[in-house]
Design a protein around this ligand. Sequence first.
Ligand code: D5M
Ligand code: FE
Ligand code: ZN
Length: 436
Amino acid sequence: MDTSKISEPTIDDLQTVAPDAVENILEFDYAPIEVRNKDRPDIRVTKDITGQSTGTGEVEDFRKLFVNRFEELSSILRKRRFEGRVDINRLSHKSGRDTVTVIGLVTDARATQNGNRLVEMQDKTGYTRVIVTDEKLMEEVDTLLSHEVIAFEGQLSDDKEVIFGNEIHYPDVPQSFTRTRTDRSVRAAFVSDIHLGAETFAHKKWVDFVNFVREQPSIEYVIIAGDLVEGIGVYPGQKDELKITNIDGQYKLCGEAFKKFPDSVDIIASVGNHDAVRLAEPQPALSDRFKKYFPDNVTFVGNPATVKIENGVTIELYHGMSINSFTDSIPGCSVDEPQEIMEMMLKKRHEAPLFGHNTRIAPEKTDYMVMKDIPDIFHTGHVHTFGLSAYRNSIVTNTGAWQYQTDFQEKMNIVPDVGKSPVINLSNYNTTIYEF
Ligand code: D5M
Ligand code: FE
Ligand code: ZN
């Protein structure tokens, strides 16, 4: 499987940009900007595949990926004390009916013929099965995703072949987690899924947003979770919904749009499935071919990425392609409440645990989808619906889109939230959701 391939350029990509189209789109009145002096703040990118990709897509690479995932997430779990914690190959040394806890990669979780649940787990030493008969715990088992890492506590069967499960423990965010704050009062605006180049791009709302940032000197960061442009050939029939039909033109427009923000604003831009990078996650940042259209105040990052701002305010950016696999696999999960899915990602400390669904994973040496650092703010997009909440002090927000409903989305029954941005003060986490 070749998962590292960049999407094929179409003939349109090779055409020159139509500058007229680009300029008309941005022809609006812009608010004057007060002169601001600002030292460039400290922005450190601590997790990003860009320039680090090694995976070739061989089966062996997938094995290494899951070993790394298991090591990272089991090390978080091992810091806690669990009753009878034991490696799977040592279960035979325990006595039947002992309370045991195994930490493992869930390789399957399914209903049995008589309506119970069977969970298969692996660690580096072996494989075991957990049987669940309690109604409430069965409901919880139905929220497990294949290839996430958990600790399962239960009672060993007399023949030591299975465990009767009592409780699931997750890598999770510690109750004691507290947010890092900037020393000075400074605000960040979060947006996602701009889709520049689409017919359905919400121009007026976008310009209102840009003007708002121009008028609010306290906003020094604009943080974007991907789908900067609409892209080319992303779904069948997309061509009819394009305002700009070549990819360079779309990024040129995006660069021009970003130049309308004050120079003193730092823009942190990730990528999504509509951007011109490989589709498999983790995705690298935009290449120089497209970066050249943008101003200097843009920091380009891959998807996902962990970014630390000023004195260590940690922001996790993830476009959110796996949100669809959560909603398809877990009863009660809906794209209308994306924040609930983000909370699950934090609990599982993984952005895309499910393997073998429509989320495309590039098997890198280390698992970039593991959330090693707990974010102060976790930002996603992709599903074009808005949500904001906090999970144990970690703020989660999916910020919707700047694109009105497309014909494709209408067919899929997707009703987007268009033109919203939560603005968060990083010194005290006061949050205002602005609607444009
Ligand atoms: O995603 C825009 C919307 O379309 C968002 O609600 C997700 C949905 N979408 C995108 N791709 C898929 C697939 N493959 N299955 C189901 N739903 C999907 P965007 O990434 O902007 O196209
Ligand atoms: Fe999108
Ligand atoms: Zn998307």
